[in-house]
Design a protein around this ligand. Structure first.
Ligand code: KG4
Ligand code: ZN
Length: 346
């Protein structure tokens, strides 16, 4: 089985071809960050137009790099949400057009499902497992017992982790995109210099919260009005990242406790989403998860951020079960992972 996957829900135009033996035959990712840089954030209209300008070319490039023809594919998958609706429409309509032209089945993918299943593309991994998905728009613990069998154990009650990274980086003038810039700056900093809060620490549920942390950084920056030198900025970035890691570890310990009591045979914890590319957070989570006796899987960093391979792989997982979709499948700006996938299975 071989599926072409299209991702266009935010600021990466991405097309990939993956086969059921877990081989990535092509993985084209075109980041739009230079187009959004001057605005300090993703501008939805610019994103949608840019997807439209590049998507056809990326499809052709993926087919050429995989050295196959459309006839060699088994299906066409695309992100149908959640995300910026203009971009989602561009990718999904491209996929539907390809499906009509080739007669191949169309498979609608939830973007977060793509992140949640990436670990099964990169490693042999059986259900059930627990995933922590940390991206720019979402932060959630998901217990996964099968395809389309997702149960959200906890989620952020305010900002997503990536959003907190981006806003904090902007505040510290670290540039765009903020997450990787903040991680880089934090490498040279003292994580113990600034006392920052650890929201939700010790709470009995598995929810997360990051807006208080972001505000605490802003208060410190304002108190020092323009006098934060490079060393202080690095220390503040490192203190922020350290606080985020402490929060994730505390919440992770809770979530693994719930997961273990519900699924005594489950022994694996995986991370996914853009923030999962952060080396410091990967290391801290790994130590915590191993300490609790679980296997830890973090996909290679290029498969943590948005990409087409995760969508193609989710397409393979769904196609194997016969989960294909009709061409009237709607684009969904909001689409919780635990909502019914669709009433449009054919
Ligand atoms: O999954 P993703 O590529 O897009 C969404 O689905 O949102 O995640 C993007 C988010 C952004 O907030 C970005 O700043 C963050 O992931 N990110 C990072 C790192 N790389 C990307 N955050 C912290 N450290 C990183 N190295
Ligand atoms: Zn994402």
């Amino acid at each position: 089985m071989r599926v072409l996957g299209i991702e266009s829900s935010c600021d990466e135009t991405a097309v990939a071809i993956v086969d059921s033996d877990r081989q990535i035959l092509s993985n084209q990712v075109l980041s739009q960050f230079t187009e959004h840089e001057e605005y300090g954030g993703v501008v939805p209209e610019i994103a949608a137009r840019s997807h439209l300008s590049h998507i056809d070319h990326l499809v052709n490039k993926a087919i050429a790099e995989a050295r196959i023809d459309f006839r060699d594919l088994s299906g066409i998958a695309a992100t149908a949400g959640p995300g910026l609706i203009g971009g989602v429409l561009v990718g999904m309509m491209t996929a539907k057009g390809l499906s009509i032209a080739t007669g191949l089945p169309f498979i609608a993918i939830n973007h977060m499902e793509g992140h949640a299943l990436t670990a099964r593309l990169t490693e042999p991994l059986d259900f059930p497992y627990l995933a922590l998905l940390i991206s720019g728009g979402h932060s959630q613990f998901v217990s996964i017992t099968g395809i389309s069998k997702y149960s959200i154990l906890g989620t952020t009650i305010d900002d997503a982790v990536g959003e907190a990274f981006d806003k904090t980086a902007k505040l510290l003038n670290l540039g765009f995109p903020g997450g990787p810039a903040l991680e880089e700056t934090a490498k040279f900093g003292d994580p113990a210099r600034f006392a920052l809060p650890r929201p939700m620490l010790g709470r009995p549920n598995c929810d997360l919260s990051f807006s208080g942390l972001k505000t605490a950084v802003r208060n410190i920056a304002e108190k020092h009005r323009g006098q934060l030198d490079n060393e202080a900025i690095s220390d503040l970035a490192a203190s922020f990242q350290n606080a985020v890691a402490d929060c994730l570890i505390d919440r992770c310990t809770k979530a693994l406790g719930y997961f273990r009591s519900a699924h005594p045979t489950g022994n694996t914890f995986v991370i996914g989403g853009g923030v999962a590319a952060n080396e410091y957070i990967r290391k801290r989570l790994k130590n915590c998860v191993h300490g609790l006796g679980f296997r830890f899987i973090a996909p290679p960093t290029n498969l943590c951020g948005d990409n087409g391979a995760m969508i193609a792989w989710a397409g393979i997982e769904r196609l194997r079960l016969g989960f294909i979709n009709k061409l009237n499948f709607p684009a969904r700006p909001r689409w919780p992972l635990d909502a019914p996938h669709s009433d449009a299975h054919s």
